[in-house]
Design a protein around this ligand. Structure first.
Ligand code: COA
Length: 220
């Protein structure tokens, strides 16, 4: 884990001198941090098939129902992971110190519609710490910088945590009985939104490499 104070609030960010490029809301995200711990998020690919499978198989039937809309059995989970299109879709992961995936977000773009659908799961031991919210923000950042205009999500109306994430993000939420759909129009990309994403990617990669090094040094 990267020391939190490495990313403590940059003094220039709060000064906001008139006309400063750091005024307004487009400041690198880590310099905006005033309290909560940084959650390094890494874009992951097919090389993490095994960790992805372990993550989804660790969800109990209730969580599988919330995540996939059905209490998917192990064979269905296997098929889902096998079908992930790592070329056109984005997978974001949060690793713990043992390099287990404790949280995964899947962003599935539909380029023809300018939309991408967001799905997320956080293992129970890591919940209510802001990780689901951070993954949503990370997916919205990706969408903004990659020509996606609208981020969508579907969840059960009873899914209080997901409903809160959607509402806090300012999603337009359409409740239809037990099912809810949300849509968020993302802002146009800017130089700063790309810089934000560069910092996010670098942080996620650095965190992973450090944890990999720690694991290897413990193995010898
Ligand atoms: C939905 C889910 C991803 C949320 O992950 P998380 O890391 O716990 O989310 P956060 O910690 O960012 O919490 C988001 C909000 O929900 C609230 N919350 C968390 N758990 C909650 C619960 N069990 N009941 C009510 N609210 C809850 C948090 O307080 C927070 O609200 P706040 O911002 O007003 O404080 C996680 O519960 C999960 O994986 N569920 C199973 C799969 C699923 O439902 N996926 C979503 C469908 S795609």
């Amino acid at each position: 884990m990267i020391p939190e104070d490495l990313f403590s609030r940059h003094p220039a960010a709060s000064a906001s001198p008139s006309g400063s490029i750091l005024s307004g809301d487009e400041v690198l995200p880590f310099f905006r941090q005033s309290g909560p711990a940084v959650v390094p998020i890494r874009r992951i690919g097919a090389e993490h098939h095994g960790e992805l499978l372990a993550h989804f198989l660790a969800l109990d039937p209730g969580d599988r129902y919330l995540r996939f809309g059905c209490a998917a059995n192990d064979a269905q989970i296997n098929a889902y992971v096998d079908r992930i299109d790592f070329v056109h879709h984005e997978i974001f992961g949060v690793f713990n110190r043992r390099l287990e995936l404790i949280a995964v977000a899947h962003l599935a773009p539909s380029p023809a519609d300018g939309e991408a659908e967001f799905g997320v799961s956080v293992l129970p031991s890591a919940r209510a710490k802001g990780i689901g919210t951070r993954l949503f923000q990370r997916a919205a950042m990706f969408a903004r910088n990659h020509g996606i205009q609208t981020l969508t999500m579907q969840c059960l109306t009873q899914n209080a945590a997901m409903m809160r994430i959607a509402r806090h993000a300012g999603m337009r939420v359409h409740v239809a009985g037990s099912e809810t759909e949300g849509a968020l129009r993302v802002q146009p990309h800017t130089l700063f939104s790309h810089l934000d994403e560069w910092v996010e990617n670098a942080t996620g990669q650095l965190d992973f490499v450090i944890k990999l090094g720690m694991r290897r040094s413990q193995a010898v």
